[in-house]
Design a protein around this ligand. Structure first.
Ligand code: PBG
Length: 326
């Protein structure tokens, strides 16, 4: 006789619901948004169907809509014209510039929205790199000063969570100190702790026109073959004062999410990146997979691996479907 029959716990929807170990909710999501200059302007990212670059006025409307759906946290990325880019990312601290001006407007209009910002030089850099370039090299310590100024300027415009995505050494501690020195002890840091040099960022770089103008990002982003290195990065970020540790990309790095979650007493975030979104949309458009079902399965797998926060382009469509299910 078979005593152990795991199928008993799968025999009906009610039982399945009772024994379900993980759930997803809009509270888990951060919705990334792409910002462009202009008025009443919107353009779909070709490689990301359903995702639009929005001018400030339309972004305000988008945030309002998303808040009604229960999405409360937004990560905002600017797409800038080449004329605003230089070697030192000067535009990144311009309060009258597109990005900082928009942050202030959002916080003014929706003080209850939680705003995450990106700290890295690439959208503002004529080199298209996350750090300061000298003789073809990405110079770590000079970059830190620029990043810290950027972070403080963003905090001054109301940012709630600073997201350093640059992978320079020592940046979390450096930014923490700069924020504290300026009185922003309550502004959080979600560190891109284990950010891999990944092909999955392709559609994002199209969206922002932010691809490196020479070389690649392998001297600062991590080698996809490594996991011990993620532990080292996690230790440093924790010591330096990060409030969240992020893993990026998510789907191909579920083991890294689990590794960090098992080893650190900090909330783990995962960035379900542009290429992961694009793959699902492309296969679904061809009728090769059920896109909604695969989306939900991917998001659940990220949660199950140990991420309590998921940055995902699927946030809004998930929330819309959830509101219809109710
Ligand atoms: C750059 C940055 C990237 C992403 C977020 N911040 C791309 C890169 O490192 O080239 C990728 C996000 C995505 O692909 O969705 N600082």
């Amino acid at each position: 006789m078979i005593t152990h029959r795991p199928r008993r716990n799968r025999k009906s929807q009610v039982i399945r619901d009772l024994v379900q170990e993980n759930t997803l909710s809009v509270n888990d999501f951060i919705f990334p948004l792409f910002l462009i200059d202009g008025k009443n302007k919107t353009s779909e990212v070709k490689s990301m169907p359903g995702i639009f670059r929005l001018s400030t006025d339309l972004m305000l409307k988008e945030i309002e809509q998303c808040m009604k759906l229960g999405i409360k946290t937004f990560d905002i990325f600017p797409s800038l014209d080449d004329k605003y880019k230089d070697k030192k990312a000067t535009e990144s601290t311009n309060k009258k510039g597109l990005y900082l001006r928009t942050l202030s407007e959002i916080k003014e209009k929706f003080p209850e929205a939680t705003i995450m910002t990106d700290v890295a030089m690439d959208p503002y850099s004529s080199d298209g790199h996350d750090g300061y370039v000298e003789k073809g090299e990405i110079v770590n310590d000079k970059t830190l000063e620029i990043l810290a100024r950027m972070a403080v300027a963003q905090a001054e415009c109301g940012a709630d969570i600073i997201g350093p995505s640059d992978m320079m050494d020592g940046r979390v501690g450096y930014i923490r100190e700069a924020l504290d020195d300026h009185g922003f002890t309550n502004v959080s840091i979600m560190s891109y702790t284990a950010k891999y040099a990944s092909g999955f960022y392709g559609p994002f770089r199209d969206a922002l026109d932010s691809a490196p103008r020479f070389g690649d990002k392998k001297t600062y982003q991590m080698n996809p073959a490594n996991s011990k290195e993620a532990l080292r990065e996690g230790e440093l970020d924790m010591i330096e004062g990060a409030d969240f540790l992020m893993v990026k990309p998510a789907m191909s790095y579920l083991d890294i999410i689990k590794l960090l979650n098992d080893n650190f007493n900090l909330p783990i975030a995962a960035y379900n990146v542009s290429g992961e979104y694009a793959m699902v949309k492309a296969a679904a458009a061809k009728g090769w997979i059920d896109g909604d079902r695969v989306r939900d399965e991917i998001l659940m797998s990220i949660k199950r691996a140990g991420a309590s926060v998921i940055l995902t382009y699927f946030a809004k469509e998930w929330a819309i479907q959830q509101s219809k299910r109710k």
